[in-house]
Design a protein around this ligand. Structure first.
Ligand SMILES: Cc1cc2nc3c(=O)[nH]c(=O)nc-3n(C[C@H](O)[C@H](O)[C@H](O)COP(=O)(O)OP(=O)(O)OC[C@H]3O[C@@H](n4cnc5c(N)ncnc54)[C@H](O)[C@@H]3O)c2cc1C
Length: 339
């Protein structure tokens, strides 16, 4: 990890777009390297796709379900900046159900979750950097050696020496295009196409609808993943909250369907999968337009040195929570090596 003042002394102020795992990791590492960092986030709170929805009596993780820590630097980083108490191992009984109906095992590996919800991690990380929330960066403009950032009201958000974009590829592409960087925007075409949507449905059951597994990856015409959110550590729910993710192809076909219609179809598929008959008492649906990326080139990060604009995010390094961390580390390492 970078040591203070290892970055060029002429580069002092960095703007980061997005407060997901990639944006917060990049912000913390840059601060550690002696930089002034401001993170802009369009949503109310930090987290991005590490997301939790408030539900009666608690919350349910509607985005990332768990994360791995194969990079030996990831857990020490989380312990140092998020704290031991806000994540834990999910001792889940996980199963894989093939199209044929055959059940298989998940590979043995530690899987971690935020406690009491996924966003506990990003909330804690965000305490180490300045985050300006509910502020969508619309475009940036070059003034001499600096970039001026503007929001959707065309109000200036300040002047910066360099910019790091951590939004999903379609949103990063829009930002580059709106800032007159057409060629750089075009270079993201493949990654934009590789990003697929996901409908997430959250349902509350009084009685456990299924007891054999806590989470299931399924090959199904509608479903992709179903999990008992209440089985994760630190949740204290009455009854059980289940999170059901539709598969990317079905989500794409239903991208403009109403949440009610989607919830009803996803629940029917769930019932068919597990043979459960009772109705849930509360159901919510959320659409992720940019959920996960399919196989695309994974360069780790992108850096446009002439503009001093970098891009980091899961889609540049493995498509998962840990990939977002790895991508931010890869970009900041490159900035340090550049010196
Ligand atoms: C349904 C679903 C299930 C998943 N399951 C798993 C899983 O089980 N395990 C796993 O490891 N990963 C999973 N993932 C993927 C994981 O959530 C992501 O890989 C990771 O959270 C991405 O982090 P990021 O920082 O790269 O991007 P994001 O989390 O997307 O952060 C980008 C941020 O940029 C903000 N933003 C965008 N445009 C602007 C703008 N113009 N101005 C200001 N802010 C802006 C967004 O609001 C967002 O907060 C899942 C994702 C989804 C959606």
């Amino acid at each position: 990890m970078p040591k203070p003042n290892e970055l060029s002394p002429s580069v002092r102020r960095t703007a980061i777009v997005g407060s997901g795992v990639a944006g917060l990791t990049a912000g913390i590492l840059l601060k550690q390297a002696g930089q002034e960092v401001t993170v802009f986030e369009k949503s109310r709170g930090p987290g991005g796709r590490l997301a939790a929805k408030r539900v009666p009596g608690g919350s349910a993780d509607i985005g990332a379900q768990y994360f791995t820590a194969r990079n030996p630097a990831f857990l020490p980083f989380l312990r140092q900046y998020a704290g031991e108490g806000c994540f834990d191992v999910w001792q889940a009984r996980l199963g894989f159900r093939a199209e044929s109906g055959q059940w298989g095992q998940f590979p043995e590996e530690s899987r971690y979750v935020g406690c009491p919800r996924m966003t506990a991690i990003t909330r804690a990380l965000s305490g180490h950097v300045t985050v300006v929330s509910e502020t969508r960066v619309e475009r940036f403009e070059r003034h001499g050696n600096r970039w001026l950032l503007y929001d959707t009201q065309n109000s200036s958000l300040g002047a910066f020496d360099q910019i790091i974009l951590t939004a999903p590829p379609a949103q990063s592409q829009d930002l580059l295009a709106a800032s007159g960087l057409a060629q750089e925007a075009e270079s993201l075409d493949d990654q934009v196409k590789a990003m697929l949507p996901c409908w997430a449905v959250v349902a509350h059951f009084e009685k456990a609808p299924w007891t054999d597994h806590d989470g299931m990856r399924v090959e199904d015409s509608v479903l992709y993943w179903v999990a008992n959110n209440s089985s994760k550590p630190g949740r204290q729910d009455d009854g059980q909250w289940w999170v059901l993710h539709a598969n990317p192809q079905w989500s794409q076909e239903q991208v403009d369907a109403s949440p009610e219609d989607v919830a009803s179809q996803v629940l029917s598929a769930f019932r068919e999968l597990i043979g459960y008959v009772d109705e849930p008492d509360t159901v919510l649906a959320h659409r992720w337009l940019y959920a996960r990326s399919e196989d695309a080139e994974r360069p780790g990060h992108l850096w446009f040195p002439d503009h001093r604009i970098g891009l980091a995010g899961d889609w540049l390094s493995g498509g998962r929570v840990e990939g977002a961390f790895n991508s931010a580390c890869s970009l900041i390492d490159a900035l340090i090596d550049e010196r």
